[in-house]
Ligand binder design. Sequence first.
Ligand code: ADP
Length: 423
Amino acid sequence: MQQGIWQRELLRVAVPVGLGLAAGWSVDYPLPGLLVGMAAAHAMSLRAMANLYRWSHRFGSPPQDSGLVGYSVDRIVRREKNLRSKLSQQARQLRRYNEGLESLQDGVLIIDAEGYITNFNSAAVRLLGLRNEDLGQHVKNLLRTPKFTKYFDRGDYSKAQQFDFNHVRPQTLMVQITQFGVDQKVMLVRDVTERKRVETMRQNFIADVSHELRTPLTVINGYLEMLQDMELPASLNKALGQMSSQGERMQSLVNDLIELSRLESANSDSAGDYFNLQHLAHSVIDQLQSYDHNTVSLQCEVDVEVQGFVDEMRTVLSNLLTNAYKYGGDGEVQLTIENAAHGVRVSVSDQGDGIAAEHLTRLTERFYRVDDSRESSVGGSGLGLAITKHALEHHGAQLEIESEIGKGSTFSFVIPAERVQPA
Ligand code: ADP
């Protein structure tokens, strides 16, 4: 086809030039005849180009031409048509994407690499009180709470986080940031005010009930202790012994529930004070060894001070060591404090029966116990690890559990480097 066009194009020049030359020859003026023929050929192509020029400026219809110009015009028209249909397809997709964003109950903000807002949906307007003028603003300028600023700057968005905002009305919002494309972020904002209210009510209820139970239990246990000191028939003494051990169990359960509620509702905005980790470990071991007769070997590779809450960390170490004593059989318990990639690792290992893999992820749930019959004989409440998990969260740490049946268990956590300084 292209060959045919070239032939036509050549003919267009050759015919007027040939005719001009032949006419000139017939009257004995071949050169002027040739020039006239060339001028005619040139005038014809000028006309085609003038039409093309007019059309390229959107005047008039596409030039009708059977040569190169017509062919090129045809190609351009087809390409433009394709492009237009692709554009309208993309516009439709964009509209659908925007409609999808708008239909979400959760607020969505698109943020660029520097943290400036490039788009948001109307749920974000409702939840965060954003206005159109806020497009292009830095997200930290709009959500002005130190906790959010810290979360945003830290850059670790693996977990969603709750924030209390007072911009529009007092509300609790769950924020989850996700990396998107090369350098953009999507920020999802969900209103969890009601969920938090119910959760707080539940926590308060448990804390209130536990507090109310504490006093009567103390009185009952006191009288039971007094009765045990009296000269009573052996059968009664046995019953009193059982009542008193159950009473003590209830008391420790109530104490654990109060501690758990306190940890759950504690305001974690403050980072706490510095305390010496090695001294704390020694004091916990000494205290426990005065009750139990197990031995623990302490291996301290580093002497550091940790920023946090000394009583909570005491509870953590005490719970982990008590469990290692309780479930670790007669083998040695080892407490190790050592350097880790991102802070200081504390681990408690025992040589007990170990825990089957299917239980490992559930151990920190309230009242979860691997084997009820065995645990009730060693007096566990099933709250120790739940308390430990919460206390560690206040220190930016997570409980890790490794265990194998028959080979013992290791409970460990890493205190992040920003909370650690040399002693
Ligand atoms: P409890 O008061 O029952 O000890 P925890 O929350 O401290 O409650 O522990 C939950 C359960 O995890 C325990 O009941 C026990 O089954 C298991 N567990 C905890 N520590 C160990 C350990 N060192 N070895 C084996 N099992 C353990």
